[in-house]
Design a protein around this ligand. Sequence first.
Ligand code: PLP
Length: 391
Amino acid sequence: MKFPIYLDNQATTPVDPLVFEAMKPYFLEKYGNASSKNHSYGWEAESAVEYARKITADFINCDPKEIYFTSGATESINLAQLGAAESYSKKGNHIITSVIEHSAVLDSIQFLERKGFEITRLPVNREGMLDLDQLKDSITDKTILVSIMTANNEIGTINNISEIGRICRENYVLFHTDATQAIGKIPFDVQSSNVDIASFTSHKVYGPKGIGAIFIRNKSPRIKLSPLFYGGGHERSIRPGTLNVPGIVGFGKALELSKKYFDEETKRIGYLRNILYKGLKSYLDDVYVNGSMKERIPNNLNLCFKNIRSENFISNLREVAVSTGAACSSESLKPSHVLKAIGLSDELARSSIRFSIGRFNTEEEINYVIEKSTETINNLRIISSNIEIKE
Ligand code: PLP
């Protein structure tokens, strides 16, 4: 076993060695600029990019012309939201999102709010689920965009995006989904779910960091987004800047593998997650799952262990790499906005741990994690009850 055991695959995944092999030549030998039209270095780079674009498009069931490469999901999300706000501001100034979105969505929407846009932030219930009647009722003739994530990065809950897409389509409102945590974990098809814009990234599917994509529907309806950057005309001027060819090749390879392994991998990872859940529940009292266990991506387990502080768990169990929530907010001392939104007290939110399982985890590792977590939690609970007695 390799230590620490990595159970933080929702923060990022290791690069698959096959992805790394596919990328290597594009650093060392095939280093052309994909926009160079005058020689074979440029042509081979361009054809590698177009191949990856086709794989990416096939993965989500769209046309390659509807895929634009970006630096990651944060950029795609900003492009979706700021680009739609700018482009459709004549139609209206109202945007709907949910309270449990990733900070990339929440912060760019907050920026739009400061610019004068009106924002509706839909709540979720204890299971982490939206009330879709409330979504329907929130749409007005000024609504230009609904931005709802496909799967949550902290509690792994899955939204009914087909139904959300249907509601948006019926009301002539654009539907953007942050699909970052859904890609490769559950089927994701932009046609059957009426998604107009989707954001996703490579480093959650065993590809490299710093490369992502946005899907922008170009017919029925044709979506027009204003770009965030100007210059150069790359990616049909939606995302100018020299293309990250090795990153794009790696992303394409990662999606190719993800598609190939999908059935077997999602089953195996779900099985490991369930072993972990059952093991911890059977050895420990007062363990609660955060969010719906049914509507959940197979790699996520977010548990609340009463009477422990998650940072103490993490610092006492150095052989396991897990997280207290989103990597982007784990430096903040504030309890997670997602756990608060599903009704947890500050105390319980601070007692919660996210375990996220990936392609390279084994059953032996999971059994080790069950044993060591049980030991650590029992010890922490003894310490905290001694402190309470003294007080
Ligand atoms: N959206 C979700 C749901 C995420 O989990 C993440 C990454 O943690 C992002 C967006 C941001 O992705 P990136 O790191 O590619 O910018």
